[in-house]
Design a protein around this ligand. Structure first.
Ligand code: A2P
Length: 342
């Protein structure tokens, strides 16, 4: 099987040039839903096994521990600051231009860093700044309205983007980008930007290849980062794409584990891929993923699988849009009766 071909380099050896000239490592280690007490060790295992890219965010509520792990890796001489890429994200409560710098400075302090390599606007939706003035409790991040969902406030995306550009000017971040934007939002920001978005982070997994949005990003010279590459998403909701019998059958045909197949497929599409786990053996396995090498037959099997089982695993039901509907169009949403995690 070509994917196990020694000629195919590991994804950790690859980087992509951004429109800023910076080189972003193709393999990123994600920290979403990684529990406190486990996330720091997970980061260390990933880095000690060759990963040079950490993907963090303030809503993950674990940046302090991620920062401590990075600090220890620097102290131990495993890696230095310049040779590791750290991404973080601006949360929805900090979209008002006057809040952006304050929020980012707090995050950098937690991460024990003087600058981030990349900061993304996490979601194209704004919430009010927490009354506590802090981001510590879930309610600080998710201000629930009387009807249960988080009410959006009016902050034009372009205004937040300008405040992001100011972060680059101040040296707090080297590259800026967006996450969870649709085509319209991406085009609008791109057209208005003095500093163009360098990265678009979206869900890309075998059952949601996001082909059109990836093509638009490519046309605009924006690198795509894939989150939830195993098609799992929110923990405890369902077992994930890698546990679906038809996907397992393709993996058996490819002589790979389902997780290896899902990650390799994503790298083969040319994306930066954000892999997350707090299980040491899985971290080691995932970090060794080859950059590609899947046959045309396996690639088209996955394409057919994706068309048949289209499913989006990341569509926060608590983000109320103005119309009170789900954030993304519901066509490919995870069914509520999806098989639960065993
Ligand atoms: P764990 O952290 O318990 O290892 P996704 O990025 O698609 O949302 O998937 C992330 C989930 O997949 C995590 O819950 C993680 O669980 C699990 N996972 C990560 N790597 C593997 C792997 N190699 N095999 C099976 N499950 C994995």
């Amino acid at each position: 099987m070509a994917a196990t071909d020694a000629n195919v380099p590991p994804a950790i050896s690859k980087s992509y040039k951004l429109n800023t000239g910076a080189e972003i490592p193709a393999f990123g280690f994600g920290c979403w839903q990684s529990e406190k007490g486990l996330v720091g060790e997970a980061v260390k295992i990933a880095v000690k096994n060759g990963c040079r890219h950490i993907d963090s965010a303030s809503i993950y509520m674990n940046e302090k521990e991620v920062g401590q792990a990075l600090h220890e890796l620097f102290e131990e001489g495993v890696v230095d600051r310049e040779s590791i890429w750290v991404t973080t994200k601006l949360w929805n409560t900090a979209h008002e231009p006057s809040r952006v710098e304050e929020a980012v400075r707090t995050q950098l302090k937690e991460l024990k860093l003087s600058y981030a390599d990349l900061i993304l606007i996490h979601w194209p939706i704004a919430f009010k700044w927490p009354e506590s003035g802090k981001h510590e409790e879930v309610g600080d991040f998710l201000p629930f309205g009387p009807e249960g969902g988080c009410e959006p406030i009016d902050v034009p995306l372009v205004e937040t983007w300008k405040a992001m550009e100011a972060l680059v000017d101040k040296g707090l971040v080297k590259n800026i980008g967006v996450s969870n934007y649709n085509a319209e939002q991406l085009k609008e920001t791109f057209a208005a930007a003095r500093i163009k978005p360098a990265v678009l982070q979206i869900e890309v997994q075998p059952a949601l290849p996001n082909t059109e949005l990836r093509a638009l990003a490519k046309e605009l010279g924006i690198v795509v980062e894939a989150y939830s590459p195993l098609g799992v998403g929110m923990k405890g909701i369902w077992s994930g794409v890698i546990h679906m019998p038809e996907f397992i059958a393709i993996a058996e045909k490819a002589k790979l584990t389902p997780a290896q197949l899902a990650l390799t497929w994503n790298f083969q599409l040319g994306n930066v891929v954000l892999s997350k786990s707090t299980t040491p053996e899985r971290i080691v396995q995932n970090v060794a993923t080859p950059l590609g090498g899947l046959s045309d037959e396996i690639m088209s099997d996955i394409e057919a699988f994706g068309k048949k089982h289209a499913v989006r695993v990341g569509n926060p039901p608590i983000f109320k849009t103005k119309a009170g509907v789900l954030f993304f169009p519901p066509e490919a949403n995870l069914p509520v009766d999806a098989p639960k995690e065993e």
